[in-house]
Design a protein around this ligand. Sequence first.
Ligand code: FUL
Length: 462
Amino acid sequence: MFMVMGLLTGALLTATVAPPEPYGPVPSPQQLAWQRMEYGMFCHFGINTFHNEEWTDGTKDPKTFLPTEFNGRQWVETAKKAGMQYLIVTAKHHDGFSIYPTEHGDYNVKASPWRDGKGDTLREVADACHELGLMLGVYLSPWDRHDPLYEDPPAYDERFKAMLAELLTWYAPVGEVWFDGAGSKGHVYDWNGYYSLIRELAPDALIAICGPDIRWIGNEDGLAPDTLWNVQEVTLPIPGAESGGEKRWYPSECDVPIRKGQWFYHTDGAANLRSLEELLEIYYRSVGLGAALLLNVSPDRRGQLPQADTQRLLEFGEVIRDTFNNNLAARALTSASNIRGNGKAFAPANATDGLEDTYWATNDGIHEAWLQLLFGEDRVFDRIVLQEHLPLGQRVKAHEIQAFVGNGWKTIATGTTIGYKRIHRLPEVKARRIRVHITDAFAPPAIEQIGLYKASSRETPY
Ligand code: FUL
């Protein structure tokens, strides 16, 4: 009888340990899935590719758009091999030339002799993305230097929406719509109309930059700030237009070209190709600070990614894979200064199990706590990865990591926010006992992952 009661109480106790309350705005399922992709490819391809210019003015002859060996699948295959999860293509840049056969206006691929005016670059790229499992995104420039309708905003809005509708239906599913703000100062767009059309035709698509779902990091160097909050005050419909506004989940994207200063291909641009070291620095300061990295690789005049860029990209992908392929923390014995409900539901071992839906959490009112990793023998590592459980919002304000070396605790890394991810690079540490100490948080911390790694020998020691 007592035993039965005991069992019952035990079962009730485990069942009643509620998860912590979410703190503040939380990501939509689409935003969370997008954040988990981490790394994508941007491809700027268009009439500019054939003129060695970044911004042509809308007067270049459409006949000059003439790729010699177009291969959209090669872009996607390369992105996939490089470890990227999504790909965004410029359907139309500021010059107004569309690289897909739009039924609106006359400045597009149909007016080019390429494949007798029957070519469709986006078709090949979209099909390959869908087949190979990459999310497809489209860039459609609001600023249009060719279209005469641009001078008549309501008429232009209708055309723009018609083009959006083509993109979202012909190439579905589209996961991200990228609205560049360049050149648009003073022009009035029907942003709300654009947004509602996207929500209607592609409810899962995220609207980036001049849009409510993904925030531009604010530079074109691929660098996020050291303290990065996903919750931002946003004034819609044009985020960032004014300060203040509604607080919403607004994750960041770092867009940066692999060739310094060049989004489009230039015949003499190879010298601008970033080194492996520069790319790694960008990675650690974008993905490593909790933002997504959108790395631009420009297809050349053949309509393929240049050989040198492809090689660099693959090398970079291999090094990242090498560095993060073996989580030493997975085999640690874990303990913590506080465990929510004292049971398994929120145990510290959840932070080393590699699963997205389990996490270590503390009791309500506990905003400072540590989690310890204990090994049977010394472990050697120089990278530490931390991730918060974002369905509960972003909570951690400050943290530090300590290792037991000699006969005392030594601080080996400190930081502010964690958010989607925080990677610490540090000189090699050899220790049996490590503590991740959340020193301040807005709410009981909820830590989804902790990783310890040894960097690939192809990375320069930090
Ligand atoms: C900028 C544009 O002006 C560049 O040409 C490029 O498209 C970059 C991604 O955004 O605002």
